[in-house]
Design a protein around this ligand. Structure first.
Ligand code: DCB
Length: 531
């Protein structure tokens, strides 16, 4: 490029005739004002062939940018070619290629086209751009989140994208220091954003895997605080262990011996329910799993919008687990609906029904709220919710194990440790993602255990907290060793074939036959070897 410029300027010196034959700028737009804050970015991108104006020759800098427009420009920047789209929309092929490349998910913009011309939100624009151009940028959560005045408005699903974009200098606050994650962007703003990412990408050497936590050897918080690991934790099925019980902080079998459950969690039953069938569950048992978790989403098209079909899936999943002599967790998977109190009556009715149905079934554990998050507090929301749900379940199921979540996606176990729920056979869930969470969270676990809080890792992933990135197998190994030393049970996210690194199965894997190593992803191979 620089060579070309030099040659061009040499040519210019050679004479007016040559110069006259070359336009000063390849592109110009009547509505891109000379001297405006966006002029340089827009014209540079137009010259580079990354964007075109509207059919009438204008650029419309103030106009809101759509999904189709934004992703098309990002794809040109990243050199991503269109493939066969699912509709006849002009950008369908590019959007399909971008979705399959993992720049965004199906539920964020379905390939059926109805959202293609809608505005893309700022959080999604940043996610697409970072995945397209800067997938390896790391960040310090505390440093970057402190830069964002309206950080509490940001959905955790976008932490990775937005915080890495701030770390890279790609995203910047508005005049007031806010990110306004759900607002739209103008075409001019998009150019500025994309130009910053291009500049950064140009100067970047391929870095360490995105989001890798720092050196991360486990050191106990202080010697002596760690509860003694169970000598010989048993790992059998239900016929061997019977009803579970909690003794101190340890999950034990009917005879009072320590037991550890290890297995897979389903993905959302509304999306990947086919992998919660008898054959798939049996396939995990064949690798040594003795528990399966049924993630029944509440929001996102889950049981709040289709209660009966979702309940049937849960019942079928429980039956499949029972057939395979496995323990099974019924998970009320709140996520986008972060406060469990929002639907407490529905939860009570659901769990009362389940507890009555499975009153005599030692296989079943109840997880009453997957991951409280957002504006939610332990004492105001989650604890009172848990008290109501424990009461509802205990009406017919006096001894089953009940798993209780906590704020910040079931990471705030210290709040529960300070103020636990009354009752027997209650455990608290701790969720982690190896690419995002490390020693701090493990230290928190040791503190909670020392305070007497029984813990169950009902969901963890070898990816980052958004379900993709990595995989982080070394970090995962540190985590699993830590859990094994403490006799803590776990389920891995997730048994599905979605193209995200946390998925255990390669895309297209059939749920209806036995699996071999060939069917497993990197994460799947690792996790299955740890049962
Ligand atoms: C949890 C959720 C789980 C979510 C995984 C990975 O969320 F319990 O539902 O799964 O962790 O993020 C993901 C799937 C995606 C799907 C998406 C939305 O893997 O395929 O598109 O759910 O349904 C967490 C956990 C921790 C944190 C944030 C989230 N965290 N989160 O620490 O910031 O935002 O979803």
């Amino acid at each position: 490029m620089r060579g070309l410029l030099r040659r061009l300027s040499a040519l210019c010196l050679c004479g007016f005739l040559v110069l006259a034959a070359l336009p000063a700028r390849a592109v110009s737009f009547p509505d891109v004002k000379p001297g405006s804050w966006y002029e340089k970015d827009v014209l540079e991108m137009a010259d580079a062939g990354l964007l075109t104006g509207l059919p009438d020759g204008t650029f419309a800098p103030e106009k809101t940018i759509s999904w189709a427009e934004f992703v098309t420009i990002a794809a040109r920047c990243a050199g991503l070619s269109p493939i066969q789209g699912q509709t006849s929309h002009w950008a369908a092929g590019t959007l399909e290629a971008a979705r399959l490349a993992g720049w965004y998910d199906w539920d964020e913009l379905p390939p059926t086209g109805e959202g293609f011309d809608k505005p893309i939100s700022r959080q999604l624009a940043v996610k697409v751009l970072m995945r397209a151009l800067l997938p390896h940028v790391g960040y310090d959560f505390n440093v970057e989140s402190a830069k964002i005045k309206d950080f509490s408005a940001l959905n955790g699903r976008y932490y990775e994208a937005v915080l890495s974009a701030y770390a890279a200098g790609v995203a910047q606050g508005d005049g007031e220091g806010s990110f306004r994650p759900l607002d739209s962007l103008s075409r001019a703003e998009s150019c500025a954003l994309i130009q910053r990412a291009r500049a950064k990408a140009g100067s970047q050497t391929p870095a360490s895997p995105y989001g890798t936590p720092g050196p991360d050897e486990y050191l106990p918080a202080s010697p002596g605080e760690t509860p003694p690991a169970p000598a010989e934790a048993i790992q059998g099925g239900v016929s061997e262990n019977g009803w579970l019980q909690v003794v101190g902080t340890q999950l034990c079998n009917e005879a009072g011996e320590p037991v550890v459950l290890r297995g897979m969690s389903s993905h959302g039953l509304q999306w990947y329910g086919q992998y919660a069938n008898a054959q798939s569950i049996q396939n995990t048992a064949a690798y040594g799993a003795n528990v399966f978790r049924l993630a029944m989403y509440t929001g996102e098209g889950g049981c709040l919008s289709q209660p009966e079909p979702m309940k049937s899936k849960v019942i079928a999943g429980v039956e499949a687990a029972v057939e395979n002599d496995m323990y099974v967790i019924i998970d009320w998977h709140i996520l986008s609906d972060g406060n469990p109190m929002d639907h407490v009556s529905k939860a009570e009715a659901f769990f009362a029904d389940m507890a009555a149905r499975y009153a005599d079934c030692p296989n079943v554990l109840y997880e009453i709220c997957n991951e409280p998050n957002g504006n939610v507090s332990w004492d105001r929301d989650v604890k009172p919710y848990a008290e109501r749900l424990v009461a509802a379940i205990r009406e017919t199921s006096p001894q089953s194990v009940i798993l209780i979540g906590s704020p910040t996606w079931s990471q705030d176990i210290h709040l529960a440790a300070d103020d636990p729920v009354e009752g027997e056979n209650l455990m608290y869930t701790l969720h982690f993602y190896a690419g995002t969470h490390g020693k701090d969270l493990r230290d928190r676990m040791d503190k909670a255990l020392s305070a007497g809080l029984p813990l169950f890792v009902s969901e963890w992933g070898a990816s980052r907290a958004d379900g993709s990135g990595g995989v982080f197998l070394e970090e995962s190994k540190v985590w699993l060793d830590f859990l094994a030393e403490r006799g803590i049970s776990w389920c891995n996210w997730s048994l599905c074939d979605k193209s995200e690194t946390s998925a255990a199965l390669k895309p297209g894997t059939s749920p209806d036959r036995a699996w071999t190593e060939e069917d497993l992803t990197e994460s799947g191979k690792f996790v299955f070897s740890q049962f």
